[in-house]
Write a protein of this length. Sequence first.
Length: 155
Amino acid sequence: MRTIDFSPMFRNSIGFDRMAQLADSALRAPATNSQPTYPPYNIEKVGEDDYRITMAVAGFAEQDIDVTVNQNSLLITGKVEKAEDGSDREFLYRGIAERTFERRFELADFIKVTGAALENGLLHVSLVREIPEEAKPRKIEVRPSVKAIEGKKAA
């Protein structure tokens, strides 16, 4: 098993515990290609602070897809309910997969999911980075320290 010592990085940084946890969990994942490949997706940067995940979900309707955000994790699941209308379809070839899926994305701090839309078999999930005012860089004024001189009066 591979281990990486992050302690040199932490000498000059504070509060990056989550980064170490993410790197550790990535290294613990199997080295084989056991990561799910269905459904295919893209992650785009569409603006300075705007992102979009586009996922190919042909055969799924809005009610078949669930998008859930929990803290810094985005979970997209899909499950097609089989129609019980009595139609007995016989496929000669079935290339459109309608199988259940689950995709999880780890979101950075201050990333918010603003919406999701299904259009032409593509699920678009919009994200935006909203940095609160208290987290933005601010200038700290450096003032001279005033020390009283004991026993002497200033001239």
